[in-house]
Design a protein. Sequence first.
Length: 247
Amino acid sequence: MNIIVSGSLAYDRIMDFPGYFSEHILPEKIHVLNVCFQVNGLQEKFGGTAGNIAYALTLMGEKPGISATIGRDYHTYFEWLAKNKISTERIKIIDDEFTASAYITTDQADNQITGFNPGAMKYSSALDFDKLHPKKTLVIISPGNLEDMLNYPRACKARGIDYIFDPGQSLPMLEAKDLTQAIDGCRVLISNDYEMDLIMSKTGLNEKALIRRARTIIVTLGELGSRVCSSDGEIRIPAVKPKTVED
């Protein structure tokens, strides 16, 4: 099976502030806010939905490809993908933009201030569906370029290509009609429990109605595991507990 993961590629730049934001933000001056937080250091992680999903699939023995955009600072990310034997063949380089980046600062109370630059993610990855074998391809459509999230489900259905739809954090930006159309005909719909409530609220469809549109629904429940729902019923899957030193 040829698995292609559509979504985002991003650098996550993570910083720890050795204090509390509340000690430096004055409520009565919030309308003229101008503060600087000196952090302990910076860690750069390889993020983005497409990168994370492709990496997870690789750990499970699959050989996925990525359909996404990346900026002119792509070299470090490509080196990491090559190290993990993940193909970059379908990744589109946008020379006029930087790669999407999240700048996350966390204080001692776990409060966070995040700045996000979409950068290259503003552009479509322009996946050529005509070069894909309909019966030997599975496309995973995850949060990323909004145009791709709307168009790729239509392209898959027009060519008889199975796809998994994971709207995730892009749900607030998807109109109810577009969300319903993307779900209708997908092989699997994936969400967490909060996102499932949001999907039902936006579309006006309950879970049974959604199952009639998607062959399978997977709802993740954090430490409670996940639910796998289909017309045949529901299966509960417990969370995998991390091993301790004693184990």
